[in-house]
Ligand binder design. Sequence first.
Ligand SMILES: N[C@@H](CCC(=O)N[C@@H](CS)C(=O)NCC(=O)O)C(=O)O
Length: 206
Amino acid sequence: MNERLILHEHAASGNCYKVRLTAAQVGISLERREYDIMKGETRTPEFLAGVDANGRIPVLQVGDRFLPESNAACFFLADGSALIPADPFDRADMLRWMFWEQYHHEPNIATLRFWLRYIGIDALGEARRLQLVDKRVAGLAALELMDRHLARRNWFVGDHMSIADICLFAYTHVADEADFDLELYPAVIRWIERIMLDPRYVPFEG
Ligand SMILES: N[C@@H](CCC(=O)N[C@@H](CS)C(=O)NCC(=O)O)C(=O)O
């Protein structure tokens, strides 16, 4: 890749970790620019005007273009590699799991992790407290579905790792930090170990 690649990130964010893990898998090095989301550094007028009008990280900067959304950044970096299946159905199925991750997994497991570990239960406002049970129920359903899927196969799609695995791995392997008991999901645990044993694996900094 000829263009300069800069990851605008917060190292403790699983969404940002997805992008770094994908880059490591395909042997691409990224420049890293850290923002403290607890201090609102992605909500400044400069960030909103120059990096992402949505005020969130990760954003992958490619030359002078900016690509928000973790799963889109993973797709960009992995394009043309074995992390994206060649078969059209498998490729669409990979996207299916990535969309599923954004709708059913991340908003529950990642959000609970953020609320419990970074904000703290005592500091949660009333609106968030009211969502705790719904998010826990939805998070449990997501882990259950993953476990059933992985009971019959090693990877989410096809017969090797794809970016669907990477995108789902980021917040699943730290789900205990959101008080989910991963021991209840043996196929998920085996899949986590499989990814961690990959020679191009890089650990989360969260
Ligand atoms: N769907 C987005 C979610 C991005 C997101 O929620 N980022 C969080 C950190 S994980 C963030 O920037 N929070 C800071 C804020 O909202 O001010 C993605 O997958 O990249």
